[in-house]
Ligand binder design. Structure first.
Ligand code: HEM
Length: 528
């Protein structure tokens, strides 16, 4: 009897040990992925990624002097570790028990844009870390994503975005007024807050039909920018310890986890409730969310307040923070490199004429202006976290030409390409950390083939069916604001390269921790 009881008590322990033994054997010896190059520890356990993803000191640049960081624990470094692993192991590296990173430009389409008839899902573990699983970006399966995307597509064609010209012009004029006031008062401006507010106002109006005018309250813009950053700052912890999110959700007043996210979501939910409460037959301004609310194509579940809340959180967060990063990077380099600013001004010619002399589409066609935007996107790295794809129903083969080896990734393997690795590939981008728009000016020195390879390597907006839906809007915003930047002489204030360079991966790039953003003193309106 006693023996039977102690056996019963020991059963959970035995089951646990059995399960761990099975995991160990499967991950290290039995899975088809065991033949792949990579550190054994990464193959065995996600704690490897957790260590580099949440704690490890930074290695953002190959020859960086780490001693300056020796006394600080630095988080969010797995992207940099993956780059090192590729230098050590080659183009294919097993970076997790079920995760493979590939650094081959010619294989990007196989993962992200395989063409009709091939399904690519997302990895559920990765998608949950932002807590917006019922948004388009959180859709795991290929089919669910396609349905949600079809509902949104009409709002994001280039033609539709051109209709926003008046809104962009009026917001750009507001930015210029802020610059003009600062020139008079001598007040130091935080460009990161200004660009955050600009992008927020534009995307918010597109989503909900009303202008929140964050540009009119830069203190609030600063608080909101920090708030979004605190949301992003929790991404790595939520990825590895999803139970924290679940626990917080159960707490009174708990939303999805981080305090910042709770505040952010509450505000967005209020907007959604307001849209749903409005009379659909009133003469309200049509917007993305009135369109989704009134859609006859979408089933009722897709129009629930909770689902629309997730969609709106993604739309406003992605539509604000990512373009702000590219704008910050671009303006910093225009101010620190007078040669680049001079070329832009030459191209714009009469840029100091009346506010907004040209449309976004016309500006985007200027080769040097668009080269600056492209270079800013390159060094902002789009999504810096692992943007994984899973093929649910067929194995994928990879032929490593250098080693003469073919690898098979069974269905369900989580595959990704790192934007850090590709955007800093020295064969495509010599001296990759230098901001050099001339790389994108057609055929300066490179052959057409190299030029095309370089363009194909740009992953800022990703590609395939899940390519950034807001890319035309982002490029229009950036074009309009580059023209504004050219019209003002400014000096950087207590701001250096560390304030705009990729140092930490919080899903998007984060410069040095504690950075206050790009700050400037406005000197004068530029005189040609
Ligand atoms: C420079 C600015 C931007 C960058 C670098 C950027 C980058 C990206 C990337 C890499 C993705 C693909 C994510 C994935 O594979 O899951 C994406 C998706 C998305 N982006 Fe952007 N984005 C930018 C601007 C915008 C803007 C202005 C909006 C909003 C209007 C927006 C809304 C979205 C949405 C809704 C998705 C999900 C699309 C889908 O899953 O089909 N983005 N973005």
């Amino acid at each position: 009897m006693i023996d039977a009881l102690s056996l019963l008590h020991g059963l959970p322990f035995l089951v646990g040990v059995g399960y761990l033994t099975y995991l160990f054997l499967w991950r290290c010896f039995l899975s088809q992925l065991t033949k792949l190059p990579g550190p054994k520890l990464a193959a065995l356990t996600y704690w490897y990624e957790c260590y580099y993803g949440t704690l490890y000191p930074p290695m953002s640049r190959q020859n960086q002097d780490l001693s300056e960081y020796a006394d600080i624990v630095q988080p969010a470094q797995y992207a940099f570790k993956i780059k090192r692993l590729h230098s050590e192991y080659g183009p294919v590296v097993r970076i997790g028990p079920n995760d493979v990173s590939i650094s081959d430009l010619d294989f990007i389409d196989t993962i992200y844009a395989p063409g009709p008839g091939h399904r690519r899902d997302k990895n559920a573990k990765h998608s949950r870390s932002l807590g917006i699983s019922s948004s388009i970006g959180g859709s795991i399966t290929h089919e669910l994503h396609r349905n949600r995307r079809e509902a949104l597509n009409p709002f994001f064609s280039p033609q539709r975005i051109h209709r926003l010209d008046p809104d962009l012009a009026s917001k750009a004029a507001q930015v210029e007024n802020i610059f003009a006031d600062a020139r008079e008062s001598g007040q130091v401006l935080n460009l990161s807050d200004i660009y955050f507010a600009f992008c927020n106002d534009v995307v918010h109006k597109y989503c909900f039909g009303s202008d929140p005018n964050l540009l009119g309250n830069l203190h609030l813009a600063s608080a909101r920018r920090n708030n979004v950053f605190s949301v992003l700052g929790s991404v790595k912890i939520m990825f590895h310890f999803n139970w924290i999110r679940k626990l917080l959700q159960r707490l009174p007043g708990g939303g999805t986890g981080a305090h910042g996210m709770m505040i952010f979501r509450r505000r967005i939910r209020a907007q959604i409730d307001e849209v749903l409460a409005r009379d659909p037959f009133s003469d309200e301004e049509p917007s993305i969310f009135t369109h989704l609310r009134d859609s006859t194509e979408l089933p009722a579940a897709e129009k629930s307040a909770k689902r629309l809340e997730d969609e709106a959180v993604l739309m406003t967060m992605a539509g604000t923070y990512s373009p702000m990063l590219s704008l910050m990077v671009a303006h910093y380099h225009l101010l620190s490199r007078s040669d680049i600013m001079a070329k832009l001004r030459t191209e714009l010619g009469g840029a100091r004429g009346p506010v907004m002399p040209r449309t976004a589409a016309e500006l985007e066609r200027l080769p040097y202006l668009s080269a600056i935007a492209q270079e800013a996107h390159r060094l902002t790295f789009g999504l810096t976290g692992r943007n994984t794809r899973v093929c649910p129903d067929e194995p994928i083969l990879y032929n490593d030409k250098e080693r003469g080896q073919t690898y098979t990734f069974p269905p369900g393997t989580s595959l990704s390409v790192s934007t850090l690795v590709i955007h800093t590939d020295e064969s495509l981008f010599p001296d990759p950390w230098t901001f050099d728009p001339d790389r994108w000016v057609p055929s300066t020195s490179a052959s057409d083939a190299t030029d095309m390879r370089r363009r194909r390597s740009m992953l800022s907006f990703m590609r395939g069916p899940r390519v950034c839906i807001g890319r035309h809007l982002a490029n229009a915003e950036i074009a309009v604001l580059l023209a504004v930047m050219a019209r003002w002489d400014m000096e950087l204030f207590k701001t250096d390269q560390d304030d705009v360079e990729f140092k930490h991966d919080y899903h998007v790039m984060c410069p040095k921790l504690g950075s206050k953003g790009v700050r400037v003193e406005v000197k004068d309106r530029w005189n040609a």
